[in-house]
Design a protein around this ligand. Structure first.
Ligand code: S3P
Length: 181
């Protein structure tokens, strides 16, 4: 079964919804920000301050390559994962990509104090959303509106995932070169 890859803005609920989805399916959950923090031995904000954003993006690409090799995984991506096409090429090879879209007013009410690029400011959030939304949409195989409870949103995502996996398994065709005699 393919991995579930969650993309979207900081604070859109990728980690929370991802944990619930993983619990429902019995999958392992990976969070690329956490992987990077563990590998670097410092928080994301420290990496931005001490090493700079481009070093962080290199670590993020390394995390994408590593986690894309997993199976039966729910992968919560940092909001900027979509900025490098190569990241999405890796993740999509064995993954179904879901864009979790949450109203910015709800994101702004969440605690984003540890997110260096937004920090609860609606204007900065709006500017980032404008820059990113086309990318999120273009990579998404499904767009899930995160405007209900965690349980409801996770259930919707799981239903779409199961449907897609079923559709894939019913579309099997024999390879042309294979002889059946
Ligand atoms: C970022 C989002 C953050 C984190 C880093 C950069 C971004 O992850 O990777 O602060 O560029 O949008 P979350 O989306 O989990 O907050």
């Amino acid at each position: 079964m393919k991995n579930i890859v969650l993309i979207g803005m900081p604070g859109c609920g990728k980690s929370t919804v991802g944990r619930q989805v993983a619990k429902t399916l019995g999958y392992t959950v990976y969070d690329t920000d956490k992987m990077i923090e563990q590998a670097a031995g410092m928080p994301i904000s420290g990496i931005f301050e001490e090493l700079g954003e481009s070093a962080f993006r290199d670590m993020e690409s390394a995390a994408a390559r590593k986690v894309a090799a997993e199976n039966h995984a729910v992968i919560s991506c940092g909001g900027g994962m979509v900025l490098r096409e190569e990241n999405m090429t890796h993740l999509r090879r064995n993954g179904i990509i879901f864009f979790l879209d949450r109203p910015l007013s709800a994101i702004a009410r969440a605690d984003l104090s540890d997110r260096p690029l937004v920090q609860n400011e609606l204007e900065r959030l709006e500017a980032l959303y404008e820059q990113r939304v086309a990318l999120y949409r273009s990579y998404a195989m499904h767009i899930i509106d995160n405007d209900a409870s965690v349980a409801e949103v996770a259930a919707e995502l799981v239903a779409r995932y199961r449907k897609e996996q079923e559709d894939e398994s019913t579309h099997f065709e024999w390879p042309e070169s294979e002889s059946t005699r």
